[in-house]
Design a protein. Structure first.
Length: 504
């Protein structure tokens, strides 16, 4: 499996978890767990469907009996019992469907709805003929419901046994005349008083319930075991992601943040309210946001995008430069979730900047060195050629500098060179370049000049600025120097400073 396939596998594994915003990590054995509430709600939905099927079948059967030679044979008391039972089922099923979050806080709420179902099924069996009723297989549906709702197999067995006992009690009560029997057409009335037939029906219902409980328990055990393994894998994966040093996030396409790992939380240091208000785009600095949005649109369009750089806002307002990529997972064919993994390259960027400066700038004065000077000079020449302007190249050499180094020491000489560099920078424009060639030699590139005569004015300005003494510790030093103009071939103009006092 290649790296992109691995990336998609773990993002798709966790996308289902974060898409609905469900981040609860409570154990499934906790009373009132959200998972159990969801199970009860699903069972309530299935129960609505089953009620609708039974109602349609009852309407069909009643209408056919009404217009047949048998007529409508159910008594008014049995109709009242049947209607009361149906209304009761509708009431408690509505409660489990719409108020499951509140109901599922109670420990035996799942057992209660199954017992209510068994009672309702028993009443339906009584109203449809008792021992000759065709509705007894609904006990098996209730057993399946118990296997789905209850984790302990013993509870499923007890529910199945309760169904068998209620059915046996119903047949005994009808046989003994405790409750009246409903005589069904097409059925011999003597069957309700035949002990052999009643015994066989009771045993058959118990056997089918027991077999259903065994199969349902086995299948649900396998399903739950696999679900637990998937959940454990997700927890391990999420734990790995949460403790990773890389910055990892999950958000919707419109920027709503669903998850930040610990490294990302430490980096941005925003409260949940701030994250909700800002969205993911609010974590990106303004200069980097357009680039991020362009890459995002490519990804949403299905294009493959290589790693790119983004800059986040840090907790203290600092900029965190990161490099990484995004992946988009789909929900029902449409982009739904974005996963991003980024590596902090701020130190790398600073190191690159330091290396670049070391390679292109003078260590002592910070001015451009020979390498950067050549590049700046080429740029100035190219710009002047396009704009039809003049470029001047001045070479400045400090006189008697060796005397200062030998008499006062190199530290004083170095500080004098630094002061001279600052003076030269202050004497020219920002578009001009001042570079140190080495030792006591400096060069100045004057670009964008209107006239060649402007060179002498700038050179004189530089020399005048060097007339002022430099205060280095307790010494008052003068930088004696001369300037050569290389802006015109075969013509060098020499200007030499003549300070009003000694150099030392």
């Amino acid at each position: 499996m290649n790296r992109s396939a691995e990336w998609m596998s773990w993002t798709e594994t966790l996308t289902r978890r974060f898409y609905k915003g469900s981040e609860s990590r409570r154990t499934p054995d906790s009373p009132g767990d959200v998972e159990y509430g969801e199970r009860s709600r699903l069972v309530a939905i299935v129960r609505w469907f089953l009620l609708a099927v039974l109602a349609l079948y009852g309407a069909l059967a009643g209408s056919t009996y009404l217009f047949s030679r048998y007529g409508f044979f159910i008594s008014s008391e049995q109709i009242v019992l049947l209607i009361t039972t149906i209304i009761s089922v509708i009431v408690y099923n509505s409660a489990y469907h719409f108020c499951f979050a509140s109901i599922c806080r109670y420990h035996y709420c799942k057992h209660l709805q199954i017992i209510l179902d068994i009672i309702a099924v028993t009443v339906l069996i009584h109203c449809s003929g008792g021992a000759s009723s065709w509705f007894w297989p609904i006990y098996m549906i209730v057993t399946l419901e118990a296997a789905y709702l209850l984790d302990r197999q013993r509870d499923v067995w007890l529910i199945g046994a309760a169904g068998g006992l209620l059915y046996s009690a119903l047949l005994f009560a009808e046989h003994a005349g405790i409750i009246g029997s409903v005589m069904m057409p097409f059925v011999d009335p003597a069957l309700g008083h035949d002990l052999h037939f009643l015994f066989l029906m009771t045993v058959w219902v118990m056997i089918t319930n027991a077999v259903t409980a065994i199969i349902a328990n086995f299948l649900m055990a396998v399903i739950r075991r696999e679900t637990i393994l998937v959940r454990e894998n997700e927890e391990r994966l999420l734990g790995f992601i949460d403790n990773a040093n890389d910055l990892i996030h999950c958000n919707t396409v419109d920027g709503k943040i669903l998850y930040l790992n610990r490294a990302m939380q430490r980096a941005v240091a925003c409260s949940q309210e701030e994250l909700d208000n800002k969205g993911f785009n609010g974590l990106i600095v303004d200069d980097s946001r357009d680039h991020y949005n362009r890459e995002l649109q490519k990804i949403l369009a299905g294009s493959r995008v290589d790693a790119f750089e983004v800059t986040f806002k840090g907790r203290e307002g600092e900029e965190i430069c990161v490099e990484g990529n995004l992946t988009c997972t789909l929900h029902e064919g449409s982009p739904a979730i974005l996963w991003g993994i980024w590596r902090d390259i701020s130190e790398k960027k600073l190191s690159q900047a330091r290396l670049y400066k070391l390679a292109h700038n003078d260590n002592l004065t910070g001015l451009p060195n020979r390498i950067l000077f050549r590049d700046r000079f080429r740029q100035a020449m190219a710009f002047a050629s396009r704009q039809k302007k003049t470029v001047a190249l001045l070479f400045l050499d400090l006189d008697r500098f060796k005397v200062i180094n030998d008499s006062l020491g190199h530290p004083v000489g170095d500080r004098l060179l630094q002061s001279v560099a600052k003076t030269l920078l202050a004497s020219v424009r920002e578009v001009d370049t001042v570079a140190r060639f080495g030792g006591d030699e400096f060069t100045v590139v004057l670009g964008d000049l209107e006239r060649a005569s402007d060179v002498e004015l700038v050179a004189q300005k530089i020399l005048n600025s060097l007339h002022k003494p430099f205060k280095i510790d307790s010494h008052e030093l003068f930088a004696l120097g001369s300037i050569c103009d290389f802006s015109r071939p075969f013509r060098h103009l020499f200007f030499t400073t003549i300070p009003p006092g000694p150099a030392l």
